[in-house]
Write a protein that binds this ligand. Structure first.
Ligand SMILES: Nc1ncnc2c1ncn2[C@@H]1O[C@H](COP(=O)(O)OP(=O)(O)OP(=O)(O)O)[C@@H](O)[C@H]1O
Ligand SMILES: [Mg+2]
Length: 255
């Protein structure tokens, strides 16, 4: 479904590239996480795929066609909620549909459906300042889902949340993705979050180099059992940890 080939990015004024040669192919319905040290180019890669940033080289092909512009087929969820403070939860969720030119009645009905899906049906008329961090991130998730994108790009969406809320939202996201057969690229710094959510984990190093990939075979839904006590979890965690440690040490040595 998505082919990212030799993606490169050098920011204007920067001494060297942020992304040197990033390659990734993603199948329809696949949940792929990107994990790697701070500054290795994860956000840069995601923003290019979303069409929010121009690459310096390489190609992004969506169902075989080069696709560098934002489109209704792609939705991005950020770490910061990016909600409009002057809009209610419902009106925030309806925003993308409004941008598509959908009439008010229809978009409000769809927005209400997606707020229900993330468990916030009873908070439709609350403003972001009246909601908790976890609730605001659920509004952000509902807003992205409401446009029914083919591809969801999520940049550390749960990074700012407390551990309990984070686990709750991971389980919710897993359920929604399975039910709706979503294709997702999800950036995280948490190995456990990556293992819990992924079909495939991609470990990145310096300049966006893909160091290794792991298919996660753990049975779904993973919220139904103690997946952390499985041998596969322990092996994946140990392998990923050791690669990330090496990358972080290399990074520190080069400073
Ligand atoms: N707007 C910008 N202008 C210049 N350099 C930038 C800009 N944005 C990012 N960079 C640089 O590009 C590199 C990659 O940044 P990026 O934000 O993609 O990393 P990341 O992997 O998402 O890191 P983190 O895990 O900390 O979010 C970094 O060295 C960063 O300093
Ligand atoms: Mg980032």
């Amino acid at each position: 479904m998505l082919e990212i080939q030799h993606l490169q990015k050098t920011y204007s004024g920067a001494e060297g590239p942020a992304l040197a040669d990033f390659d990734l192919t993603i199948a329809d319905g696949e949940f792929v996480t990107l994990i790697g040290p701070s500054g290795c180019g994860k956000t840069t890669a995601l923003r290019i795929v979303a069409g929010l940033l121009e690459p310096s080289g390489g190609d992004v092909r969506f169902n075989g066609v080069s696709a560098f512009a934002p489109s209704r087929e792609k939705a991005m969820v950020f770490q910061q909620f990016n909600l409009f403070p002057w809009r209610t939860a419902l009106a925030n969720v309806a925003y993308g549909l409004e941008m598509q030119g959908m009439g008010k009645k229809e978009r409000m009905a769809i927005a209400a459906e997606y707020l229900d899906l993330v468990g916030l049906g009873d908070r439709a008329n609350h403003y972001p300042s009246q909601l908790s961090g976890g609730q605001n991130q659920r509004v952000g998730l509902a807003r992205a889902l409401a446009i029914q994108p083919k591809l969801m790009l999520m940049d550390e969406p749960f990074g700012a949340l407390d551990a309990l809320t984070r686990e709750h939202l991971q389980a919710l996201l897993q359920k929604i993705c399975t039910e709706r057969h979503l294709t997702v690229i999800f950036v995280t710094h948490s190995i456990d979050e990556a293992i819990f959510l992924s079909d495939r984990m991609v470990v990145m190093g310096e300049l966006g180099r893909v160091i290794e990939e792991h298919i996660v075979h753990l049975e779904r839904p993973r919220s139904n059992y103690d997946w952390r006590s499985t041998p596969e979890y322990k092996e994946l965690r140990a392998a990923t940890w050791s690669v990330l440690q090496t990358e972080i040490e290399r990074d520190e040595a080069s400073v």
